[in-house]
Design a protein around this ligand. Structure first.
Ligand code: SAM
Ligand code: SF4
Ligand code: SF4
Length: 379
């Protein structure tokens, strides 16, 4: 007899295989950029390389759910580095210019440097390298930064929610100290992973008193600090609207203490609103995923650890690209051209805009619906 909890429905298994067109053009032309049903291009692919993590941030993988009984994916279910690289190359043909490795904690995936080296040689149809980056909790960064840089990683984002050690240890829920993450950030800067960005998820009543200490710490260091609204992603974190501190409040608190001037967006589809210190000592970003929907130019797709494609962070259903790569049931493995055609058609049908609709959804759906977890598809 075991006390393991068996979920009624494992969301990781409910994907669909994207339809492969019956006939492909006889001569295969470069796939070319695709627009979705709302005219949004596909530019940014986030790739989750593991569903495991050594932290238990309560807003992402709360300990009560992700305990010793939780069944993470077996290794055979993960996309191999070769499969990830093959898909990334196909996505580049469809207009993707930016790849972000994430997870779970991506630095836990063994030999991640080898995947980075394979991705670093990919090119867009115009011959440009892809913008290659990674989001990490920083716990293994001091040890790995040089190898990541040598493999071809260009820049990095580190998550850090507090300067206060007790608050940070409580939030990561594995008693991990701030000092070690800061050491990782300094090592990343020293080896030239630039620019380094730091993401802080702000939870009202938990770490909102850390907004100013975080800003003061990173001002003048070359690190861009970004404040992220606590999101209703997944279904495990018990999200409540009253724990969201709107970015406008974050900005008001910062402007009370510091001189900030608005900066222009750095790129189309940029999720952060940028503000600069008036004396030129750096910038901060505000990511208002809850209070100011940015679905209008959302150009991101997410590839899960086992090869399910999600066209929205809040999707409840993925599309099984691993089935196309490996073959599934009576279906054979597909060629690059067939996969590209299937992905192009799938992106063409995309109409997701969950954040825009959130306010008008019934309470049972806003914050309560069955949705895929962040650690599985990555942030
Ligand atoms: N483990 C790595 C890390 O923490 O950076 C990468 C994966 S993590 C899922 C990616 C990003 O998502 C992190 O910056 C994390 O803070 C953010 N995140 C996770 N859950 C979130 C939530 N409920 N709301 C807002 N951001 C969240
Ligand atoms: Fe792990 Fe990142 Fe999720 Fe925290 S936010 S539990 S570090 S995957
Ligand atoms: Fe993009 Fe979905 Fe987020 Fe809107 S809710 S910005 S469509 S991921």
């Amino acid at each position: 007899m075991t006390d393991a909890v068996i979920p009624l429905l494992d969301l990781r298994k409910v994907g669909r295989v994207p339809a492969v067109p019956a006939a492909l053009p006889s001569s295969v032309t470069p796939a070319g950029p695709r627009l979705d049903a709302r005219g949004r291009p596909l530019r940014d692919l986030r790739i989750s390389v593991t569903d495991r993590c050594n932290f238990r941030c309560n807003y992402c993988m709360p300990k009560e759910v992700f305990d010793k009984h939780y069944q993470f994916l077996p290794h055979r279910d993960l996309l191999s580095f070769e499969e990830i690289t093959r898909l990334a190359a196909i996505f580049a043909g469809l207009g993707v210019q930016k790849l972000r490795l994430t997870g779970g904690e991506p630095l836990l995936r063994r030999n991640i440097e080898s995947l980075i080296a394979q991705l670093a040689v990919l090119r867009t149809p115009e011959g440009d390298p892809l913008d290659l980056t990674l989001t990490t909790n920083g716990s293994l960064l001091a040890r790995k930064a040089q190898a990541l840089k040598d493999a071809g990683l260009q820049r990095i984002t580190v998550s850090l929610d507090a300067m206060d050690d007790a608050i940070f240890r409580r939030m990561n829920d594995v008693d991990f100290p701030v000092a070690d993450v800061l050491h990782g950030i300094e090592t990343a800067l020293a080896v030239g992973l630039a620019p380094v960005k730091v993401n802080m998820v702000v939870k009202r009543g938990t770490n909102d008193d850390q907004i100013l200490p975080m800003a003061r710490h990173f001002r003048g260091t070359g690190v861009t600090l970004r404040f992220i609204e606590y999101m209703d992603v997944g279904t495990s974190n018990g999200w409540r609207m009253d724990e969201v501190l709107p970015s406008s409040d974050v900005l008001a608190r910062l402007r009370d203490a510091m001189d900030l001037v608005p900066l222009a967006p750095s790129a189309q589809g940029e999720t952060a609103t940028r503000w600069g210190y008036a004396d030129g000592s750096g910038e901060i970003g505000l990511i208002s995923s809850v209070t100011q929907a940015f679905c209008g130019d959302c150009n991101r797709a997410r590839l899960s650890t086992e090869g399910q494609l999600y066209t929205c962070l809040f999707a409840s259903e993925g599309h099984d690209l691993r089935g196309l790569l490996r073959g599934q049931g009576e279906w054979p493995a597909r060629s690059d051209e067939e996969i590209s055609a299937a992905l192009g058609a799938l992106w063409g049908r995309r109409a997701d805009r969950y954040s825009e609709l959130r306010a008008s959804l019934p309470a049972s759906e806003a914050g309560g619906a069955r949705r895929v977890e962040m650690h599985y598809i990555g942030g």
